[in-house]
Design a protein around this ligand. Structure first.
Ligand SMILES: Nc1ncnc2c1ncn2[C@@H]1O[C@H](COP(=O)(O)OP(=O)(O)OP(=O)(O)O)[C@@H](O)[C@H]1O
Ligand SMILES: [Mg+2]
Length: 313
C-alpha cells in the first residue's frame, strides 16, 4: 500500500457538554474509496469535520494530503470537494445557480464554467431539474446536488458525509458508478454511509467506528474473507419436513444448523468443506434439494459481529 494520504492518529474530540469522540485512528492511501461506517452518534461526522478543519480536535493528529487541516484548511479546500451531512441550500436558488456560485468560487468562468456545470449535472442525474428552485427538491435530489457541488472542478479528494442518505436505489447505483469512475481517474474518496450493501460493493477500504473508536479497518475483501467461523452453506429444499436438525448435526465437521422454513443453513468447522456430504444427505432424505450455495460474510454481518463483541467486552 502506498503512503498515507489521509491519516487520523488518536483523534479525540471533547464536546462542551461532556460528550467525547475517539480516540479514532484511520489511514487511507491515495486513489482509493474509503467507507466509514458506524452507528448514529459514533463519531463519523466529527471525524470528517476534523479532517476538513471545520472542527478543531481536542487531541491527536490529522493530516490530509500532507496538510494539517487545523492550520491549512484553505489549501486543503483547494484540492477537496466536500458534501456535508443533510445538505441544505438557499431554497429560492436553482441547482444551476448554486453550481454557478460554487464554480466561480473554484475559479471557473465563462465556457469552462458552463461545461463543468453540464458535466456535474449529468453525472449526478439532475439535468432535468437544473432550473428548478431547490426549495422544491426532494431529499434525494438535494443529496445529489450536494455531490454535484462536491465534484465541481474535479478535485483530487472527495469527502462525502452520508452522500447516499435518502437516495433511491437507481441513483445509488449511479453514485456507486460515479465513485468508481472517479477512482479510475486517480481520485480519492472518503465517504460515510449506513448503506452497508452499497459500501461493500464500492469501497476498497472500510473503517468501522463503534462507540467513538475505529474498531475494524481494512480492505473490504480481506475483512469479508477473514472469518472466525468456517464455511456457511445454505440449502433450499422443497420438503423440509423430511430433514431433522439431528440428521444434519451428524455430518462430519458440522458446527451449527439452522432451519428456517425451506432454507437450511449449516455451518462447518474451519477447513471442512461439507457441501458434498450435505447435498448427499438431503437427496437421500428425499428433501427435494433445489439449490445449495456458500454464504459469504457480508459487511452487515461483520458489523453486527463487531457490535456484539464490543458489548461483551
Ligand atoms: N456540536 C456538538 N455538541 C455536542 N456534542 C456533539 C456535537 N456534535 C456531535 N456531538 C456528539 O458527538 C458524538 C458523535 O457525533 P457525530 O455526529 O460525529 O456522529 P455520527 O457518527 O456522524 O452519527 P450519525 O450516524 O447520526 O450521523 C455524539 O455523541 C454526539 O452527540
Ligand atoms: Mg454523521
Amino acid at each position: 500500500m502506498s503512503e498515507a494520504f489521509i491519516e487520523v492518529n488518536q483523534l479525540v474530540k471533547r464536546y462542551g457538554d461532556g460528550g467525547t469522540v475517539g480516540p479514532i485512528s484511520l489511514t487511507s492511501p491515495r486513489g482509493v474509496i474509503y467507507g466509514l461506517v458506524g452507528p448514529n452518534g459514533s463519531g463519523k461526522t466529527t471525524t470528517i469535520r476534523c479532517m476538513l478543519g471545520l472542527q478543531k480536535p481536542s487531541g491527536g493528529e490529522v493530516r490530509v494530503a500532507g496538510l494539517d487541516p487545523a492550520t491549512e484548511a484553505k489549501e486543503l479546500m483547494e484540492i477537496t470537494g466536500y458534501s456535508q451531512e443533510l445538505p441544505s441550500f438557499p431554497p429560492f436558488l436553482t441547482a444551476r445557480s448554486i453550481l454557478e456560485i460554487t464554480g466561480k468560487l473554484k475559479g471557473l468562468s465563462g465556457a469552462d464554467l458552463r461545461r463543468e456545470i453540464a458535466r456535474v449535472l449529468d453525472l449526478s442525474g439532475l439535468v432535468s431539474h437544473a432550473d428548478r428552485r431547490t426549495g422544491s427538491y426532494s431529499k434525494g435530489m438535494l443529496q445529489r446536488l450536494a455531490v454535484a457541488q462536491a465534484i465541481m472542478g474535479d478535485p483530487e479528494l472527495l469527502i462525502l458525509d452520508e452522500p447516499m442518505l435518502g437516495v433511491d436505489p437507481a441513483a445509488r447505483v449511479q453514485m456507486r458508478e460515479l465513485f468508481m469512475e472517479l477512482r479510475k481517474g486517480g481520485k480519492t474518496i472518503l465517504f460515510s454511509s449506513h448503506e452497508l450493501y452499497e459500501l461493500e460493493r464500492v469501497a476498497d477500504l472500510v473503517g468501522m467506528i463503534y462507540q467513538g473508536r475505529v474498531m475494524v479497518e481494512g480492505r473490504v475483501e480481506e475483512l469479508l474473507s477473514r472469518r472466525s467461523r468456517g464455511l456457511m452453506v445454505e440449502a433450499e429444499v422443497l420438503r423440509p419436513g423430511q430433514v431433522s436438525p439431528a440428521l444434519l448435526q451428524s455430518l462430519d465437521g458440522v458446527k451449527g444448523v439452522e432451519m428456517d422454513g425451506s432454507i437450511i443453513r449449516v455451518e462447518f468447522a474451519e477447513g471442512v468443506d461439507g457441501r458434498e456430504s450435505l447435498s448427499q444427505v438431503l437427496v437421500e432424505a428425499g428433501a427435494g434439494l433445489i439449490s445449495l450455495r456458500t454464504v459469504n460474510l457480508t459487511l452487515e454481518e461483520l458489523f453486527m459481529e463487531m457490535v456484539r463483541s464490543a458489548v461483551k467486552h
